[in-house]
Design a protein around this ligand. Structure first.
Ligand code: ADP
Ligand code: MG
Ligand code: MG
Length: 883
């Protein structure tokens, strides 16, 4: 069985296609060899060995040793150096590398193969004893840290003592002899710590390092990284063993990293850093400040240290060519590692470079325009979720940040404003045209008006699904939640942050994309909805099949959604139309009425208000479809709750408080979520549905006349479980439509359909479709009713479920494809069996979740509907799902 793949000398056994087997690093090293680039020879131990290692009590498969030795012989052939040979020793690096890039998460050992003998050969061959002993001690330190578990601090301490004793300031002051003596002290320390000498046998060193790389797959930081990035544990890591090249062999040697384009802006310019006379890790470690690659960058940075372009013109010219070649070959922006050993350039790594959302857009659009990739590829390269960052102001990446605290990035975008501690203060500020950041320990439903009035919200307690986080995301407002190091004292009006105190009115900035809280105002970049963003969106629109609508009921939301490209409203919830100040009285009158006539009289007062609401929405949507859901929540939500409120309302309505109290008590339910709500209200009190239908139809007739484009309202009846419920309400609506057409002497089209949000409705979809002209999957309720989990109470145990691996994702955020998804699939199929043209959509939170959108495409829904700020995300995700 083949466990080992070699590369080097202009050819390789693997290719870039083999990343699952060889890991990203190994596959790309092979590819670069095949492209004829100069890559130090080596070989890759496959990810299958990693799986074998963990399946077999952390041991290695048979034949592995034999194959490794043979591969080492191949490297010896190319380099003329043998592993462990005291005269011409081969030194190697042992590098981890998994299928998905996990930068810095796992371990790498450099200079392996050095021991008391080979170090002398290295000194002789390089003509530089100081370099050789420096490399040896680096190796000892790294090997101890990664393989033997001896803390690096011991060695740093010894080194500091040695420098102090000799009166040196820098590591570079140490001579070869100094290093030799320091190494002796290192070795003594190792014996003291682990009762064993530092391994001198290179083969023992090698197997120790290979094992350590496999072990590092399961180190806590790697486990957390995988969880955050959804990387399966089963992928495992590969191990790359590669001949060393030395960037630390004097002034003609160097090491560096580069991006083929600017990773924060996307500009087409070679971008990176290098260090003369240094080894790989030094650039990232920040011990010395690296130098610029290009003269242009050096001048821009105002640096007086030479660029690579100036200091090493030949190697630079060659590197520029290679960078261009690799970008063209991979057809994507590359992140490169290289080393120059005495003037000769070696490539050590290439991979697709990480980039900001802004850079990703620019690079994708530029590359499509350059003809390097197609428009479809450009669309597929953008992570839909990352668009969220672009729809809000963001902090200028070059701005200075004075961070006073960090919390969770609960809702993206950045905002600056004066500190306020109550929602009323936030409203007051807004009244004076001043900007406020609402700072609270946590928020509650009573804070909604303050959250609306504030520019952003900061809480010191609560997670990503806390009230503040959920509401802020819904509003599209920046929010940082759970900033635990901050202390809020609303009584004294202070916010303390690690010793610093801020008061009401002091200006702070929150960055809901990173979770940072910053002092003062910080320069921002405004959202850029034209240019690259618009280009990607227009390409996405050409590719997608599904329509994208929005969930909106206020004119402001509807307008915003249209500016984001919404193609109609998929869910207009009508309950707020009963809650507003001018209507709640009529609504309560209706609820308190003892007779149908009394209810109708009260409803007559509501009719003109609802009609004008709908006219405005229809005008904004100008001929686009608008789905309106009839009244859904239980009636008791409209009645006063506390004794005081009851007394106040009773006085206002001129009814006895007792009567009000009795009615409130009569409407009390043990489980309102499963109580007298949805279509059940329309069945009990058809006059409510009739009034709403009339308001809708009269508005449609009126708006149609005004805008010249006919409105086709889609009336949606919620919480249907039985076909007869739907048929009963639909008959009433149809009668109203006939009446309105006669009265206004117009005709108009309309649809009557239902939300599928109960499992019974999904199961009986073939029968329900007889009475429905469309289905819209109300996946919030469908998830609640399928799981039997109340969304409002789920947070107390869902996180535990996630930690214990019982659920992977919150089913209220990403659709449960196996269960709820199965119901959707079944209902779609059964519904269309009855009515082939049945219009299908989704209007739960999931309508804006990319993974759920892929599923909707697969099932063949006609549209998804989501909150306004998610409309661009849905447009992109729908396009990606279609290609
Ligand atoms: P990481 O994944 O953390 O970047 P790498 O395996 O890429 O780890 O290696 C760490 C550093 O060591 C990099 O800068 C790399 O270029 C350098 N390096 C790795 N192997 C060699 C080698 N054979 N010769 C010289 N430098 C190397
Ligand atoms: Mg690397
Ligand atoms: Mg519902």
């Amino acid at each position: 069985y083949k466990w080992v793949y070699s590369f080097g000398g202009g050819k390789a056994e693997g290719t870039a296609e083999d990343r699952a087997l060889l890991g990203g690093k190994g596959a790309n090293l092979a590819e670069m060899c095949n492209l004829g680039l100069s890559v130090p020879p080596g070989f890759t131990i496959t990810t299958e060995v990693c799986r074998w290692f963990y399946d077999n009590a952390r041991s290695f498969p048979p034949q592995l040793e034999e194959q490794v030795l043979a591969a080492l012989d191949d490297v010896a052939e190319i380099t003329g150096r043998r592993f462990g040979d005291p005269e011409a020793p081969l030194l190697v690096s042992v590098r981890s590398g998994s299928r998905a890039s996990m930068p810095g998460m796992m371990d790498t050992v450099l200079n392996l193969g050095l021991n008391d003998q080979t170090v002398e050969a290295l000194a002789r061959d390089s003509g530089d004893a100081r370099f050789a002993y420096d490399s040896y001690r680096r190796f000892i330190q790294m090997y101890c840290d990664v393989v033997l578990g001896v803390d690096d601090e011991y060695f740093e301490e010894i080194l500091e003592d040695e420098k102090a004793r000799r009166g040196y300031e820098y590591d570079t002051d140490l001579t070869a002899e100094d290093w030799q003596q320091t190494i002796k002290l290192y070795k003594d320390k190792i014996i003291e710590e682990i009762d064993e000498p530092f391994p001198q046998d290179p083969h023992k060193q090698l197997w120790g390092a290979i094992g350590a790389v496999f072990f590092s797959w399961m180190n806590p930081r790697a486990i957390i990284y995988r969880r955050l990035h959804n990387i399966p544990e089963s992928w495992g890591t590969a191990v790359n063993i590669q001949a060393m090249v030395f960037g630390n062999m004097g002034e003609t040697s160097a090491t560096g990293v580069a991006f083929t384009r600017n990773p924060s802006t996307g500009e087409q310019q070679l971008y990176g850093e290098f260090l003369i006379n240094a080894q790989g890790e030094d650039v990232v470690a920040g011990i010395r400040t690296p130098q610029n690659l290009t003269e242009e960058a050096r001048i821009a940075a105002g640096s007086d240290r030479p660029s690579m372009e100036k200091a090493m013109p030949e190697a630079f010219a060659e590197f520029v060519k290679i960078a261009e070649k690799l970008e063209r070959h991979y057809r994507d922006m590359q992140d490169l590692e290289f080393t120059i050993e005495r003037g000769r350039l070696w490539m050590l790594q290439t991979r697709s470079g990480k980039r900001t959302a802004r850079a990703a857009l620019k690079i994708a659009v530029d590359m499509a325009k350059e003809g390097l990739i197609t428009e479809g590829e450009a669309v597929s390269r953008i992570d839909p979720a990352s668009l969220d960052q672009l729809l809000h102001p963001t902090i200028d990446p070059s701005a200075k940040r004075d961070v006073i605290g960090v919390g969770l990035p609960a809702s993206p975008g950045a905002a600056t404003g004066e500190i306020v501690f109550t929602s009323d203060e936030a409203e007051e500020m807004r009244g004076q045209n001043r900007k406020a950041i609402l700072v609270r320990v946590e928020t509650s439903p009573e804070d909604i008006h303050g959250m609306h009035a504030a520019e952003g919200i900061l809480t010191t307690r609560g997670g990503m699904t806390s009230h503040a986080a959920v509401v802020a995301r819904g509003m599209g407002k920046p929010c940082v939640s759970g900033a635990g190091t901050l202390r809020v004292d609303a009584r004294t009006g202070t916010l303390t942050a690690m010793g610093r105190t801020f008061r009401r009115g002091d200006v702070i900035t929150i960055d809901g994309t990173s979770g940072q809280v910053l002092k003062g105002a910080v320069p921002m970049l405004q959202p850029e909805l034209s240019g690259d963003f618009a280009a990607i969106m227009s390409w996405a629109d050409k590719l997608r099949r599904m329509k994208v609508r929005t969930n909106a009921e206020t004119p402001a939301d509807a307008r915003m959604a249209r500016s984001f490209g919404a193609e109609g409203i998929g869910l207009c919830r009508t309950e707020h139309m009963f809650f507003d100040n001018d209507r709640i009285a009529a609504m309560r009158e209706m609820i308190l009425a003892d007779t149908e006539a009394g209810r109708r009289a009260a409803l007559a007062k509501l009719l003109p208000m609802q009609r004008s609401d709908f006219i405005e929405l229809f005008e904004i949507m100008a001929g686009l479809p608008v789905t309106i859901r009839l009244l859904d929540p239980p009636l008791h939500e409209f009645l006063p709750k506390t004794e005081q409120e009851i007394a106040d309302v009773a006085a206002l309505m001129k009814v006895p408080a007792d009567k009000l109290r009795q009615r409130t008590e009569a409407l009390h339910e043990f489980n309102p979520m499963l109580g007298h709500r949805g279509c059940r209200l329309a069945v009990s009190y058809p006059e409510i549905a009739e009034m709403q239908a009339r308001a809708i139809f009269e508005a449609a007739a009126e708006a149609g006349k005004k805008t010249g484009s006919p409105v086709v309202p889609e009336i949606m009846i919620p919480l249907v479980g039985l076909m007869k419920e739907l048929a009963y309400v639909k008959a009433r609506i149809d009668a109203v439509a006939d009446a309105v057409m006669k009265e206004t002497s117009t005709t108009f089209d309309y649809l009557v359909g239902t939300m599928i949000e109960l499992p019974r409705a999904a199961l009986r979809a073939n029968v329900i479709a007889e009475a429905a002209e469309f289905f819209s999957f109300g996946t919030n309720d469908l998830t609640q009713t399928t799981f039997g989990i109340s969304r409002d109470d789920a947070s107390s145990f869902l996180e535990t479920y996630r930690q214990k691996g019982i659920v992977e994702q919150d089913p209220f955020i990403s659709l449960d494809l196996d269960g709820v998804g199965e119901l959707i699939r079944m209902a779609s199929e059964r519904g269309r069996e009855t009515k082939p043209g049945l219009k299908l959509g989704i209007c739960g939170e999931h309508g804006g979740d990319p993974r759920s959108i892929h599923f909707c495409e697969e099932v063949g829904l006609d549209y998804v509907s989501c909150s306004p700020f998610r409309v661009p995300i849905a447009r992109l995700a729908a396009a990606q799902a279609a290609v």
